[in-house]
Design a protein. Structure first.
Length: 276
């Protein structure tokens, strides 16, 4: 009897120990996860921004061989507030998702259109209005979108302009009238082809178009009809709300203290800023 009672007591203690250990392990795991998440923010020392290095005025290489632009200076201002070191990482625009999802970069911050991509990234608040427009040579004889019928039109690969021209609910019907829709890795290459006469027109963001025209002289015009209206935001890996919230809060402060307006004036995009 004593032996039986002892065995029962031992079994009960063992079960209690196992249950207790299981509960403690779960609690410890949850606590560790919460601690790791908090530590990730507390211990961050760098902020890696992925950008298109040929996308002025938002991101580009200046005459001194330094990467600069409105978006990069704004990212630097966020880093200054947080005590982070900014790492500027040029990326191929058509591989931006791979770079972000692999952890090579913390965000995509470079004239990045939110519209149509809302569910693919965790977004900051919009900070800049944008529209897709058509640029042609001033003496081309092209004055309306209808005049593009049968023409060769250039666009950047994986760009918002390409999305607009490929979307049946937007401007695919227009694109179907083109003779050719030719994709380029960057807009500098497209403008070189436009200058050479190999292209008839370029579909492009209005801020980039204005910068290119101003820097290249008086030989180009923007057609009065726009292809669409959209907004730029900072794109983070889907689910990374913690880092997004930090950047959002800092951008709001930078808008309030006049930094955003100052940088926008410097880069000639004051009329496009929607972050107030």
């Amino acid at each position: 009897m004593k032996k039986t009672l002892a065995m029962l007591l031992c079994g009960a203690m063992t079960m209690a120990l196992l249950v207790g250990c299981g509960k403690t392990a779960d609690d410890a795991s949850a606590t560790t996860s919460d601690a790791d998440a908090a530590a990730a923010t507390t211990e961050r020392t760098t902020f890696v921004v992925g950008f298109d290095a040929e996308y002025p005025p938002y991101g580009y290489m200046d005459d001194n061989g330094e990467y600069t632009g409105f978006d990069l200076e704004l990212a630097q201002a966020v880093c200054d507030m947080e005590g982070w070191e900014l790492t500027k990482t040029p990326i191929d625009w058509d591989s931006k998702d791979m770079e972000l999802n692999s952890g090579s970069i913390d965000c995509i911050w470079n004239g990045f259109t939110m519209n149509g991509r809302e569910d693919a990234y965790t977004w900051s608040d919009p900070y800049c209005d944008n529209s897709q427009v058509i640029v042609v040579a001033k003496d081309s004889g092209i004055n309306t979108l209808e005049d593009l019928a049968g023409k060769t039109v250039g666009v950047q690969a994986a760009s918002a302009a390409l999305d607009v021209l490929s979307d049946e609910e937007q401007q695919k019907a227009l694109a179907d009238t083109f003779g050719t829709l030719q994709q380029f890795s960057d807009y500098n290459s497209a403008f070189s082809e436009l200058l050479a006469g190999s292209l008839d027109a370029i579909a492009i963001d209005i801020g980039v178009a204005n910068y290119q025209i101003e820097s290249r002289g008086d030989g180009y015009v923007i057609l009065p009809e726009t292809l669409n209206s959209e907004q730029y935001g900072v794109g983070f890996k889907l689910g990374n709300e913690e880092l997004r919230d930090i950047v959002n809060a800092d951008l709001k402060k930078l808008a309030e203290d006049g930094t955003v307006a100052e940088l926008a004036e410097k880069y000639g995009i004051s009329d496009l800023i929607c972050l107030k």
